[in-house]
Design a protein. Structure first.
Length: 317
């Protein structure tokens, strides 16, 4: 996870938009701000909670869950969030611009229409932070859906916020690929506490919770590496290498050559880039692969070669 620039606006700015527009526009999402509560008092309360949030940026798990925000219910705060982050209002775009290249959680490059605003502390449990800019981090659609309403609740689970925290994840993960019941199995995992450079076990447990439970990053990376293996199999199958040359010894040499090439790359930025995932794949294939796995990959390549040779495509419209 890479630390990103902090927002350049405060919750007071978002409150002002909601308050001003609630008296000028007939919108069901914001009308309650001017009709149900003292809008000045509501704004003051959200500013107060924003200060608490920022003062406790490294202990966000201590924040109190609430049923409403100064008389505005969870559902109403969700409506205010929806109104203020859509239409001609620029808040969402300004937050999106803080993560221009990649999702700050999984390090994936942005896909089409892939950006979402994630409530670090979920608005369903913390309505007082529903429109607090520092609680709104741009993430990809996958990370946003996997996290859902999850959050750390104590020192051993913690709360990671990309405006305040940074993790060079690449130095903490390994990949092991093996064969099981005729299938290729990928296991991308965190190294153990004893193997890591982390001195505080609670800090390690926070990383483990964030990686394995909150965002399921291990599962996401497992799928990515497995897809890379399937791509590798397809590339060998489509190549002009004769079947007779595709031996287990040949594959081991190819994997070692590719590992040596990727081992020259600089991964010191800690990003889990596509190149890094290919690197840890070749690390496992070249240095840790049991004979059973290499035999299975060979079998898959030859089967794919036969499939391609026999394939016929007929256009049907």
């Amino acid at each position: 996870m890479k630390k990103i620039d902090e927002p350049d606006f405060k919750v007071s700015d978002v409150c002002d938009t909601a308050i001003t527009d609630s008296s000028n526009k007939e919108d069901k999402n914001i009308k309650d701000v001017s009709t149900q509560v003292d809008s000045a008092g509501w704004k003051a309360q959200l500013e107060f909670h924003e200060r608490i949030y920022l003062d406790n940026r490294h202990q966000l798990y201590t924040m109190e869950e609430m049923d409403d925000a100064y008389g505005i219910t969870v559902k109403q705060m969700e409506g205010i969030f929806t109104y203020c982050m859509t239409g001609s209002r620029t808040y969402k775009d300004r937050l999106y611009s803080l993560a221009p290249d990649r999702c700050p959680i999984c390090d994936k490059r942005w896909g089409f229409n892939d950006k979402n605003l994630d409530h670090v502390l979920p608005k369903s449990k913390f309505p007082q932070f529903a429109i607090t800019p520092h609680n709104l981090v741009t993430t990809c659609d996958t990370c946003n859906k996997r996290k859902h309403d999850g959050h750390g609740k104590d020192e051993s689970t913690g709360v990671f916020n990309a405006y305040f925290h940074e993790v060079s994840l690449a130095k903490y993960i390994k990949c092991y690929i093996y064969a099981s019941r005729g299938d290729i199995v990928v296991n991308v995992h965190l190294i153990s506490f004893d193997e890591s450079e982390i001195q505080d076990e609670n800090q390690y447990q926070r990383l483990k919770y964030w990686f394995e439970k909150l965002y399921d990053l291990d599962q996401m990376y497992n799928i990515n590496v497995r897809n890379n293996i399937l791509k590798l199999v397809d590339e060998f199958a489509r190549s002009d290498i004769p079947e007779g040359l595709i031996s287990e010894e040949f594959l081991r040499k190819e994997f070692q050559t590719n590992y040596d090439e990727y081992n020259k790359f600089d991964f010191s930025d800690g990003l889990i880039s596509d190149e890094f995932l290919i690197f840890i794949m070749y690390d496992s294939l070249a240095n840790k692969s049991p004979n059973e796995l290499i035999a299975l990959i060979k079998e898959n390549i030859l089967a794919r070669k036969s499939e391609i040779a026999l394939a016929k495509c007929e256009d049907i419209f």
